[in-house]
Ligand binder design. Sequence first.
Ligand SMILES: Cc1cc2nc3c(=O)[nH]c(=O)nc-3n(C[C@H](O)[C@H](O)[C@H](O)COP(=O)(O)O)c2cc1C
Length: 213
Amino acid sequence: MKILNVQASAGMDRSLTRKLSTHFLECIKKCISHVVIKELDLVKDPPPLMTPEWIAGAFSQTAISEELQLALARSDEYIKQIEAADLIVIGTPMYNYGMPAALKAWFDQVARINKTFSFDLSRGDFPIEPILSNKKMVLFTSSGEFGFETGGVREEYAHLVPHIKSCAHYLGVNAQKDLYHLGIEYQEFKDKRHEQSKSEAFAGIDRIVRLIC
Ligand SMILES: Cc1cc2nc3c(=O)[nH]c(=O)nc-3n(C[C@H](O)[C@H](O)[C@H](O)COP(=O)(O)O)c2cc1C
């Protein structure tokens, strides 16, 4: 199995999402004999932001200049990494109720017309279709506050997991059936609820590993 391990927490050694991801990868290595892991640390090596050259290159209908090719080089590299992966692990904190900027920048680099999605107005109101398919995603999140689930007290502030689910098809992941999520909450409260949330998330890893193995 080929795994792309995408990490987005600037908390580094203290990060809960990095710890969850590391534990998951240790467990999966025990249960599958041949695992190849490609590490992608978006904090140590942040993705570039969109530029006019990127847009011009990505949407060009004809051969593009060396300058535009260069503007798309990192996008090409990220897409190759996704194409090669069977499973994508994402470890990400909630920052300001959504994704860290580095993770959003990565999604911006990989959502690319005629590479990861096609666009056809003859499809009516849903012209976008993914090009990649059959990949699984394991998503680990952590937040300082709590109640971001459907019906939760902060449902309206939940822009992290729903956003990633909306973008998962660019990675060839069907979010309804192939995306497994575990999240830790209450980190800023540092109380029993946080300890319980942490224990439940780590305990949940076994179940996901069994489903994937
Ligand atoms: C810059 C920054 C912004 C944050 N914004 C939020 C937020 O909007 N909502 C929230 O619940 N927690 C927020 N937090 C708390 C983190 O989500 C929490 O500490 C989480 O455990 C970080 O993940 P990590 O342990 O993997 O680094 C924020 C933390 C930082 C450093």
